[in-house]
Structure formats: C-alpha cells, structure tokens
Design a protein around this ligand. Structure first.
Ligand SMILES: [Zn+2]
Ligand SMILES: [Zn+2]
Length: 341
C-alpha cells in the first residue's frame, strides 16, 4: 500500500510502498478515504525537539482520518465491514485507575495512533474496534476526517458552561475556528477571537465571530470596549500556546473567569499567579477528547446544524502530499485534507 513514512530519526517524510497492516484480535482494518493534517504531523515531518523526544521512527504518521472498514479481527462484534468510520487516536491501557473509573481520556498510559504506532497517512490503517467511531452514511468524508480536531474544539469549548457567556478564543487556527462555531451553536453571547494572521482572522469573521482581533496591531481590551463589555470575558479558550496570548487572556477575564487551555506552549510561561488567586480564576488543561462523550456530543451537534465545513480550506490528492504539508505549514490555511482514494 502507499504510505507516508518516516524511516529514520531525521527530517522528512516519503511516499513509499509499505506492507498492508493485519488486524489482530479486537482490531479493525480500515481503507482510508481522507486524512487531515495536524500540527503534530508538521512536528513529525520537520523532526523537531518534540518529535525527537516523543516519536519512535520508523513510523507512518497521521491520526485524523475517515475510511471504510474492510476487515475485522477475531472477537470484533461492534463494528461491521463496509461501515464509514473515524477513529479515536488515543489508545488507552484499560487497567490504570482512571481507565477503571471510566475516565479513559485521563489514562496515564495512552498510546497515540500516528505517534507511537502506525497511523493513517496510508491506504490502510488498523486500530482497535473499541476506538472506532461509526458515522451515518450521510456525512461528508472530509468532515468525518476532522472529527479528531473537531473533538478537541468541542471538548475544550464544553469544558465550562457557555450559555450567555462572553468568550475569548486566542488562536484562529482550525481548532480555534471550530471552537468559535461550537460556542455560537451552544449559545455564547460575544465571541472574540485573536491571531496575528489576517487570512485566518478573515476566515473567523466569515465563520461568524463578533470580533476578530489582530493582536499584532490591536488589543483585546479595545475589543471589549467596542462590544460594550465592561467587566471582562467569562470564558477563555487558549488555542495558540503563545505566552503573550495567555497573559493577555488573563488580563481580560472577569473575576471567577475560567480558562480551558488546549494550545501547547513550547516553554514554561510566567504568569501573574497573584491575579489568578485574587481574581479566583480556574485554569484547566485539555488534551484530546473525552472517550466517548465528546464524540457523542459532536455527532449530535453536527446533526443539529453545527456547520464547521468552512474550516476545510484546501484539499489535495495523496500524490501531492508535499504541497499539502507546505500549505498547512504556511499558516494562511484552515484545515488541509488529503484524499487517499
Ligand atoms: Zn491532531
Ligand atoms: Zn489507562
């Protein structure tokens, strides 16, 4: 089968022929239709410090996908051949305390598809049946392929009650843009998003935020004034990993404000902890999605009119994967999808 492959601990992927994976007991083999390119994949392609520490080459990366089940392993009763599916990319141990308590997204022994084991940048991928998410036949395979990052957005956005609240989202990448849509869908009042990339801010405006602030030239405080806000945002969704974004967010929260942090900072950030204490601010770290409450929630929201399709801005056939990665790395795009058919 064709697969994107990193065969030594050095930068660069190659599109090569690899043997098709075989499903073991409890596994499902999937013919991949579409994959999304994630920031994680860009880290792996450039083999930066994070990749060198976290990824074991050789590897087929890729964890955002949709596909059709073509084979099931022994003991699989929940999934049928022919079904249109995506996969939860975090494979949990099943025996740690959190797993045993049903808090699988908090497993301390998580292994990740496309990071710790072969992933979906290929014509076929094998995952445990327990990680399969079955889609209705009516769903667009492109949208089905981004349920993983949509799940990040949904999990982050649903972390705190949002109805009638004013929400600040820092970072207008694909997950920030989808979070804005989710916040609107579930009844937030003002939604303000920040970035330094005008193309992404323009996309955010088209996707219905109240204000998209270019923090290279403007401040969040002036967005508050423009909207007639006087007491600060109730909720912060940090999607950028950027130190100044978190600092400016904390400056613009009301007392008792709550922050869900998905953006992964590349170094420790010094924040004003006295302000966190005296303003009684809650900060919650978010990683992945809840298994499988987030999947049920996003499925239900998509069925009831949540439309994030505008976040997919670019599509490429697998043969043009280099161009797809270049566009994703360029930063002006929303979600970039690769077609494996
Ligand atoms: Zn991802
Ligand atoms: Zn576990």
């Amino acid at each position: 089968m064709k697969a994107l492959y990193i065969d030594a601990a050095v930068a660069g992927l190659r599109l090569v022929e690899r043997p098709e994976p075989t499903p073991g007991p409890g596994d499902v083999k999937i013919r991949v239709l579409r994959t999304g390119i994630c920031g994680t994949d860009l880290h792996i392609e450039s083999w930066d410090a994070w990749a060198a520490g976290a990824v074991k080459a050789p590897l087929i990366p890729g964890h955002e996908f949709s596909g059709r089940v073509v084979e099931i392993g022994e003991d699989v009763a929940s999934v049928r051949v022919g079904e249109l599916v995506s996969g939860e990319g975090h494979i949990v141990c099943g025996h740690c305390r959190n797993c045993r308590a049903g808090r699988r997204h908090l497993c301390i022994n998580t292994s990740s598809v496309g990071v710790n084991r072969d992933g979906a940048f290929a014509e076929f991928v094998v995952i445990p049946a327990s990680n399969v998410w079955q889609h209705p036949e009516t769903i667009d395979p492109d949208l089905a392929a981004i349920f993983d990052p949509l799940g990040n957005a949904v999990h982050t956005t649903l972390s705190f009650p949002l109805v009638g609240e004013d929400v600040l989202i820092t970072g207008a990448g694909p997950i920030g843009l989808m979070a804005a849509k989710v916040a609107r869908h579930i009844g937030a009042r003002f939604i303000v998003i920040t970035d330094v990339n005008e193309a992404r801010l323009e996309l955010a405006r088209r996707m219905g935020v109240d204000l998209a602030v270019n923090v290279a030239i403007d401040r969040v405080a002036s967005a508050q004034s423009a909207l007639g806000m006087t007491e600060g945002f109730d909720i912060g969704l940090e999607m950028s990993g950027h130190p100044t974004a978190l600092l400016e967010m904390l400056e613009n929260l009301t007392h008792g404000g709550r922050v869900a942090m998905l953006g992964l900072p590349s170094a420790p950030i010094g924040i004003d902890w006295a302000k966190v204490v005296s303003h009684m601010i809650t900060i919650k770290g978010i990683y992945g999605r809840e298994m499988f409450e987030t999947w049920y929630a996003m499925n239900a929201m998509v069925q009831t009119g949540l439309d994030v399709s505008a976040v997919i801005t670019d599509r490429f056939p697998a043969s043009d994967w280099e161009q797809a990665f270049a566009v994703a790395r360029g930063g002006d795009s929303g979600k970039v999808v690769i077609d494996w058919t």
